[in-house]
Design a protein around this ligand. Structure first.
Ligand code: ASP
Length: 328
């Protein structure tokens, strides 16, 4: 009997929580990179779509906690209060960090609730506008003939741009080619590229599309397996596979996470709002225009997304190890 009463009380508490959440307190999306970059952009667009999905009264804020390739923001959310008011919007770094950092203050699989996947985004290899090369072939030749003199920008150890640069340099067997320059996100890295202070970067299309279109950077290749024939701008660039880097493919995904122990009713509410947001035509249109594909499959379910991240972690480990000698 006592057990039944306890169960009933617990159920009432869960129900009450679902009734009162989120209330007037804002839901903070922690973005582990600088404002204005690709992760930040996804987070801001998603916040708007989820606000609508939750009836328009939920109040979302975006907090940029950058540094150490996203792991500072990850640690902040892992240790945050698990009341559903602090969430993490992050990318493939959830799977890369465990393979790249010898010591992390959290465990991805144990310290987060997985709310679901948001989108998939290809990357583009771009260069400063002053580079003499206009095609990928010329670009690669330029890199080889200027080995040791060039800089490649990224968003810190374990970031998507770092990963892409590592994989690319390792496939070129051009260990001596470039010095890596870390930034707090690829928004400031992009400013440095546009300004000519760094030479090369590989970044999500959600950050590069507008800059390529405006002619502020030069684009050389995309990282998809097949050409992006459906994209009005990016269809004009070759894949790295077409350029001879057999099997090269890198797609960045973004997901939504909460601290471990967030109440199940709150997680369900957030996951439902995420699913509605991912069907929002305005959100889809914005993402597609920037080359991203909004997730429509079962990876939007928490358990499936968690399994996907675990599979990505296992898949990236040997890639990181092979490319590791290019890290500095
Ligand atoms: N695109 C960045 C990365 O390379 C992160 C960002 O600024 O969103 O991981």
């Amino acid at each position: 009997m006592k057990k039944l009463i306890a169960l009933a009380l617990a159920a009432t508490a869960v129900f009450a929580q679902a009734q009162t959440y989120p209330g007037t307190k804002p839901i903070s999306f922690v973005v582990p990179f600088a404002a204005g970059g690709p992760t930040d952009r996804v987070a801001r667009d998603l916040a708007e779509a989820m606000r609508k999905a939750m009836g328009g009264s939920a109040n979302f804020v975006v907090e940029n906690v950058n540094g150490a390739g996203g792991t500072i923001g990850m640690a902040k959310v892992a240790k945050a209060s698990n009341d559903g008011h602090t969430l993490l919007v992050h990318h493939i770094g959830m799977a890369a960090a465990p393979g790249l950092y010898r010591k992390l203050s959290f465990k991805v699989a144990d310290d987060f609730e997985f709310l679901g996947m948001i989108n998939e985004v290809p990357m583009t290899l771009i260069g400063k506008p002053q580079l003499p090369a206009n095609t990928y072939r010329d670009f690669e030749n330029y890199i080889r003939t200027n080995a040791g003199k060039l800089n490649i920008a990224h968003a810190g150890l374990g970031s998507a741009s770092h990963l892409c640069g590592l994989m690319w340099q390792s496939r070129l067997q051009a260990s001596e080619a470039m010095t890596t320059i870390p930034f707090g996100g690829t928004a400031p890295a992009m400013n440095a590229l546009v300004g000519g202070q760094v030479d090369v970067m590989c970044d999500q299309t959600t950050n590069t599309t507008g800059q390529i279109e405006a002619g502020r950077v030069k684009a050389f290749a995309v990282t998809t397996a097949k050409p992006m024939s459906n994209h009005k701008l990016l269809k004009d660039y070759p894949t790295l596979q077409e350029m001879g880097l057999k099997g090269f493919e890198l797609t960045i995904w973004h997901g939504l996470y909460a601290p471990k122990g967030t109440p199940p009713a709150v997680l369900t509410q957030l996951n439902n709002a995420l699913k509605i947001a991912l069907k929002d035509p305005e959100f889809i249109k914005k993402q597609e225009g920037l080359g991203a594909v909004v997730v429509t499959d079962k990876r939007v379910e928490p358990a499936n997304h968690k399994a996907f991240v675990a599979a990505e972690t296992a898949k990236l480990k040997p890639v990181i190890e092979a490319a590791g000698k290019f890290a500095d």
